[in-house]
Structures are given as C-alpha cells and as structure tokens.
Design a protein around this ligand. Structure first.
Ligand SMILES: Cc1ncc(COP(=O)(O)O)c(C=O)c1O
Length: 440
C-alpha cells in the first residue's frame, strides 16, 4: 500500500501548545536518558488550571450520566438560561438565552464561528496559539497586528485604527483576548472603550475571548467587551479555566445584540452538520456550574487569590534575574518573559531565533519548559517566552489556603515555597541558565 496522501495545507498547521510542550519534553527526556540524566523538568510550559473540578459540578456529572439522548445543536434550553443568568450576575450582561450557543469548549465554538463569519480575522500578537491554525485549516485569511511592549502588549486604539485603514475593504473580526494569554494583561474599561470606538468606526466585529474573565485578580476591574460594544461582539467563555474543567469541553458563545435570526440559524445548521450536539450529560451537569452556588462562588475567589499569589511571586523572581523583564500578570496564569536584553548572549550560545529559546531552556542541564516564538505568535527575532505558573498540586494548595490564608507578603512567599517548590526551584534553574549565558 502506498503512503496515504494528506491534503497539503495540513503541513501548514502549527502544533497546539500542549502537544508542542509534550513533544519538547519527550525529545529532551530521550536525550537525557542517553546520558543517564533522570532530572525533573520545571513546568512553565503547559498552561492548565492546577485545581480540582468544583465538587458540585463533579457530582452533577455523575447524576446526569443516564441522559444518553441527542440534544439541540445550540445547546439545551435550561443550560442556556443558566448561562444567561450567570452572565447577568457576574458580568452585568443582559442576554436573552436565544443569543447563546454552547459548544465543545470555546475552541470548538471559535472553529464554528470562523467557518461562518465572512471576511478575515485580525490576531493581535503575542497571542495564544489556538486561533491561527484553525484559520489555516479553513483556508481563511488572517492578519497579525503587533502589540508593543511600551503599550504593555495591549491593543493601542490609534495603532489599531491605522492598521484597519490599511486592510482590504472587507469584513474583519478582531480577536480581543481579555485577560490575555500570554501576557496576563487585563484591559480597563477606558481601554476597551477606545477599542470599541475604533471597531465601530471600521464596522469591525470583535471576538471577545473572555475565557479567563473570572480569574481576574481584582475582579471588580474586569469589564466585558459585550457591555461596551454589544452590537459587534461575540463573547466566548466556558468551564475550562475558572472551573478547571477543560476536559469537560464545554463553552458558550454570546452572539451580538440584535444579530439576525439567520446568523443563529446558520450556527445551528453548521453545528448540527458537523457534530450534532455536545455531550448531553455534560450539558446537564454544566447547569450546576452556571446556576447560583455558594461553593462555586467561593471556589472562584480562592483560586483567583492563589493564582495572584503564585503569579506575583514567580514574575517578581524572574524580574530579579539580571537581563529578564516580565509583564505583570493581572489575570489568568501566565506572563511574558522578555529575554531581548540578553539576545547577544543568547546568540553567542547558538540561540538565534525565538523558537530556539524554548529548545535551549529545556536542554540539559536546565530542563526548563516554556513556549516561545511561533507558539506565542511573535517574530523570530523577538526573544520572548510564555511562562505559565501552574506547576504545583492545586488541590493541596487550595486546602492549605482554606486552612490559613496568607495575609502578608512574607506569608504569601512562604505559601509559595511550601506549596509550589518545583516552581521555586525552576526560578533558580533559570537564574543559573542566564548566568551560564554570560560565561564565555
Ligand atoms: C486564550 C485562550 N482562549 C481559548 C482557550 C480554549 O479554551 P477551551 O478549553 O474553552 O476550548 C484557551 C485554552 O488554553 C486559551 O488560553
């Protein structure tokens, strides 16, 4: 039998970050085992909530295991009503359930949306790796809009305005990820208003990827783009990050206010054509995750406080290393580490592209996993890496926090040392890596 032919554009699709980190680690383990090295790896690469699924959601999934029938492609009515209530309580968004569709995580919803919405997509860089490969798979055009360090890697409205003027006359969909993966930045209401004004001027649609919204450390500072630009914004959110249930594969998309019935029907038609519906037991269980529930509310509060403590500690420790600058995370569980100040040292050691940076950091004897270069959609001459600060036992840290929440900076530091020793050791490994670069 000849080799099975594969469509040529599949070769163009970049590997998702989890597979990329997994491959990097597997390759390095192989190299290490050849020299008898059994060292542990410092896991700043893979970004997934370290916490347990909230117990009420776990119980609910068991209770609904018997619901084996097909369901509506856009999601069951009771769940969409619960999601509407949740958006009202948390984000002050007044949304009729008919504007809500549920899907296979927000990733699945984005894929369906990209396949329906005409025109091209604008991806601000740095970015989560997820968007571009989906567009390549669909043969859809996208434009990269580079955000600048002096703007804290946020979309700066005058720059966006100039950028949109230069684009071909067609419909555009701007990705607005807030809080942001990989920088941890959170947009203020004023900043979002500036972006909304530009989008309105250009008739540009927005895909507000708000999957990390409830992890915003000062949650009272979070504003949904749906409040400021309701007529042009699709909002995606789901269970993966704030409820640590990525594997449940359940997310929601809120369609723009007053969007046509045809658009909703098109969504249902495509969903029904491709996957019929998402798991009915999961949808039923998810009602519990969206309805008012004190234990889940407390879970949001506790987990976001722990993310803040971990992020503050690790980003400060990185900044204390000569030559490294980081963004300051305000939400989610990432920050961007900028190695450009030591780019000459890196190049002298053979690290000539941003993609090489992650490979060099993981190499023996450093064993530091990160993602860099095209995995965060930056130029190859931009030596930046995404640092995820989730390499610890989330359940144990959660329980320790409930027993005795740290009150002072020094108690917070002790909390990190006791609950995330691998991350603390990873910072030391990075310091040694940088010192090694400076030695000729
Ligand atoms: C910025 C961003 N958007 C979307 C997703 C996808 O989340 P989901 O599990 O809902 O597909 C992720 C997951 O890593 C992410 O980081």
């Amino acid at each position: 039998m000849k080799d099975i032919a594969v469509e040529p554009h599949i070769a163009e699709i970049s590997m998702p970050e989890n597979l990329r980190v997994g491959l990097l680690v597997a390759e390095q383990r192989k190299r290490c085992s050849k020299i008898g090295c059994n060292a542990e790896f410092y896991g700043f690469g893979f970004g997934q909530s370290p916490f347990h699924v909230p117990p009420p959601l776990q119980r609910s999934l068991g209770e609904h295991a018997g619901k084996g029938h097909y369901s509506a492609a856009e999601g069951i009515e009771e769940l969409r009503e619960a999601i509407a209530g949740f958006n009202k309580r948390h984000f002050a968004l007044d949304v009729d359930p008919s504007r809500i569709v549920v899907g296979h995580g927000t990733k699945g919803l984005m894929y369906t949306l990209f396949s329906i919405i005409g025109g091209s997509v604008v991806i601000p860089s740095p970015a989560w790796i997820g968007y571009a490969p989906q567009l390549t798979l669909q043969g859809k055009k996208y434009h990269l809009f580079f955000m600048k360090p002096e703007n804290n890697y946020k979309i700066y409205p005058p720059d966006l305005d100039d950028f949109l003027y230069e684009l071909p006359e067609e419909q555009h969909l701007l990705i607005l990820n807030n809080p942001h993966n990989p920088t941890g930045a959170v947009y203020s209401k004023d900043e979002l208003e500036g972006i909304a004004e530009v989008c309105r001027r250009h008739d540009t649609l927005v895909l507000a990827d708000e999957i990390y919204a409830l992890t915003t450390y000062q949650f009272e500072n979070f504003t949904s783009m749906g409040m400021l630009y309701p007529e042009g914004t699709f909002i995606t959110n789901g269970l993966s990050k704030d409820r640590s249930a990525g594997g449940y594969r359940l997310g929601s998309c809120i369609m723009p206010e007053n969007c046509s019935e045809k658009l909703k029907d098109d969504f249902t038609k495509v969903a029904a054509t491709v996957y019929t519906n998402i798991s009915t037991p999961t949808q039923n269980a998810a009602i519990t995750a969206y309805e008012p529930n004190e234990e889940i509310e407390d879970y949001f509060k506790t987990t976001r406080e722990i993310h803040q403590i971990m992020g503050t500690f690790v980003s400060r420790a990185f900044n204390a290393i000569n030559g490294i600058k980081t963004t300051k995370p305000e939400g989610a569980f990432y920050f961007l580490a900028d190695f450009n100040h030591i780019s000459e040292d890196l190049k002298r050691k053979g690290v000539s592209t941003s993609n090489d940076l992650a490979k060099s950091l993981i190499s023996h004897p450093h064993h530091i996993t990160t993602i860099s270069g095209d995995a965060i959609m930056v130029h190859q001459d931009d030596f930046a890496a995404r640092i995820a600060f989730v390499d610890y036992n989330g359940r144990a840290a959660f329980e320790k926090f409930k027993e005795k929440p740290p009150k002072t900076t020094s108690e917070e530091e002790t909390f990190v040392m006791e609950n995330a020793p691998r991350m603390v050791a990873g910072v030391d490994a990075l310091r040694m890596y940088v010192e090694g670069l400076k030695r000729r």
